[in-house]
Design a protein around this ligand. Structure first.
Ligand SMILES: NC(=O)c1ccc[n+]([C@@H]2O[C@H](COP(=O)([O-])OP(=O)(O)OC[C@H]3O[C@@H](n4cnc5c(N)ncnc54)[C@H](OP(=O)(O)O)[C@@H]3O)[C@@H](O)[C@H]2O)c1
Length: 254
């Protein structure tokens, strides 16, 4: 975790909290040194840290694009690089938490999906590179979850909307409303984190893990659908879903 006090909520008899910001090289180096000096086997790393910044490609500031890629892509790569010597030594595994957004990109998800598509490709390359050394790489693709990401994303998206020029607002307020409707719907339809945790635990412990696990029916359905559906048909399906979700949210709010 990034803050000392977050560790206090854990059962410290079984879990040792470690301060780690995956964008800080010194934190990563300290963790790698700790793993080496522990004398214990490193069974797995789970790259779970993630962030979203939802706005149209045209309007999302480049600093926000960089922040998303810094966490979702470069942070995960940096941690993996630092711990791969131990994972190779111990024939461990890497579990990368991607998203169904790493398979399907919706409006206002350019940065998030861009980073998760990148993580998917990097994981595919890594899997082939390290398989000969006995290291397994597993990708986990959750659908919409009920976590703090929803509230964080909604607050950030509203701030993005405020920052838009009048012309941008005219062009994209519908896109942003659709995103806000989608995020609000997750409060009711999103899966809970314990469901995701069970899949991650199985990806870590099962002797012969699959290369990919989806979490939730929506993710399982979409990951198959995108393989066979033409782009424009998929665009129409996404637009229809977003429209009906923002209508439901507007009705619920009324
Ligand atoms: N929520 C969804 O609908 C959904 C769907 C598919 C996939 N996912 C993926 O699931 C993973 C977990 O997300 P979540 O839904 O649990 O979101 P969340 O509630 O916003 O949690 C994100 C976590 O990432 C940590 N984090 C962010 N930047 C970090 C950094 N630089 N160094 C270390 N930790 C950092 C945060 O730490 P702090 O608490 O210190 O901020 C927080 O614990 C992410 O990879 C996300 O992309 C989420």
């Amino acid at each position: 975790m990034r803050r000392e006090q977050d560790g206090e909520r854990l059962d410290q008899a079984r879990i040792e909290p470690v301060i780690l910001d995956i964008n800080r090289g010194e934190d990563i180096a300290r963790l790698a040194a700790r793993v080496d000096s522990s004398g214990k086997r490193l069974h797995a790393i789970v790259n779970n840290a993630g962030m979203a910044a939802n706005a149209p490609v045209e309007t999302l500031p480049l600093d926000d694009w960089r922040a998303v890629f810094d966490v979702n892509v470069f942070g995960a790569v940096a941690l993996t690089q630092a711990l791969l010597p131990a994972l190779r030594r111990d024939r461990g595994r890497v579990v990368n938490i991607s998203s169904i957004g790493g398979k399907v990109a919706m409006p206002a998800f350019g940065a998030y999906s861009g980073s998760k598509f990148a993580l998917e490709a990097i994981s595919d390359a890594l899997r082939q590179e390290v398989a000969p050394h006995g290291v397994q790489v597993v990708i986990v693709e959750p659908g919409g979850m009920r976590t703090e990401m929803g509230a964080r994303g909604t607050a950030a998206a509203k701030a993005q909307l405020e920052r838009m020029t009048p012309q941008q607002r005219e062009a994209y307020s519908g896109t942003m409303r659709a995103f806000l409707g989608y995020a609000a719907a997750l409060d009711h339809t999103g899966l809970t984190a314990d469901k995701a945790a069970r899949t991650v635990a199985s990806a870590i412990t099962t002797p012969r893990p699959r290369t990919r696990y989806t979490i939730g029916r929506e993710a399982a359905f979409l990951s198959r659908l995108v393989r066979f559906t033409p782009d424009r048909v998929l665009d129409r399906m996404i637009a229809q879903t977003l429209r009906s979700q923002s209508k439901d949210t507007a009705t619920a709010a009324a």
